[in-house]
Ligand binder design. Structure first.
Ligand code: HEM
Ligand code: HEM
Length: 181
């Protein structure tokens, strides 16, 4: 359960699972296109795409979860401007967590590439084949990584600043309950 001062177990699980998935998805995304064709490349593509679709599903689920389990009120140590800044960064992070996998999915669909979730279940095509639109989707998909780097850097720097410089409880709100004691 959450409280007025920290995120609940569900919100924390969504948060850290998403971070862990990104740490796998992004390096794979960066190397897979540069490998020679073959089994390794195919496996990495399927893994990147399937984990990416998992992030899309997880983020949609997370936003529904958040409606039923609202976030705690901002930490009392935050000035009004900081509250607004953190709310905007969180909203932008949610946006990239939705649009990045969606544009990856659109790219694959516009190219007419068959997509199987971990090689097990066929994922339906979203759209009809269209080469120019597939190029646009790929451009947006690969460009969004820079938004992720910038937003995540800002977000992590703020969390560390709060913890180590301001020494307030902001980081602890998202940590496992054991680490909060
Ligand atoms: C949160 C989810 C995702 C993230 C953060 C992500 C991130 C990335 C990154 C960083 C790259 C490398 C771009 C570059 O070479 O500069 C990439 C490439 C790619 N991604 Fe994703 N991706 C995600 C989800 C997906 C999904 C769901 C699909 C498809 C269903 C997908 C398909 C692709 C494809 C086809 C490439 C191009 C590989 C190439 O030709 O080099 N991605 N992605
Ligand atoms: C080591 C890395 C990270 C740390 C230490 C961290 C820490 C935190 C903390 C302390 C909060 C709560 C902030 C508050 O109480 O106002 C939070 C919220 C959040 N984090 Fe992170 N974070 C990390 C990485 C990420 C990444 C990579 C993403 C997404 C790409 C992300 C997305 C979010 C979102 C969307 C929220 C808002 C939750 C909500 O209110 O629904 N975080 N994070």
């Amino acid at each position: 359960m959450g409280s007025e001062t920290h995120y609940g177990a569900g919100a924390r699980a969504f948060h850290w699972l998403t971070v862990a998935l990104l740490l796998v998805i992004m390096p794979i995304g960066l190397v897979m296109g540069r490998l020679p064709r073959g089994l390794l490349q195919d496996t990495l593509f399927v893994t990147h795409e399937s984990l990416g679709l998992s992030v899309l599903a997880l983020t949609l689920l997370r936003l529904f979860w958040r409606l039923a389990h609202p976030a705690p009120a901002p930490d009392a140590d935050l000035a009004p401007l900081e509250r607004r800044a953190s709310r905007s960064v969180h909203a932008a992070l949610y946006l990239v967590l939705l649009v990045t996998p969606l544009t990856g999915y659109l790219f694959v669909s516009f190219r007419g590439i068959a997509l199987h979730y971990f090689g097990l279940v066929e994922v339906p095509e979203l759209v009809a084949k269209d080469k120019p639109l597939s190029n646009l989707a790929l451009f947006v998909h690969t460009s969004l990584q820079w938004a992720i780097y910038a937003l995540a850097a800002l977000h992590v720097a703020a969390a560390l600043h709060h913890h180590f410089v301001r020494r307030n409880g902001v980081l602890r709100r998202m940590l496992p309950s054991l680490a909060r004691r």
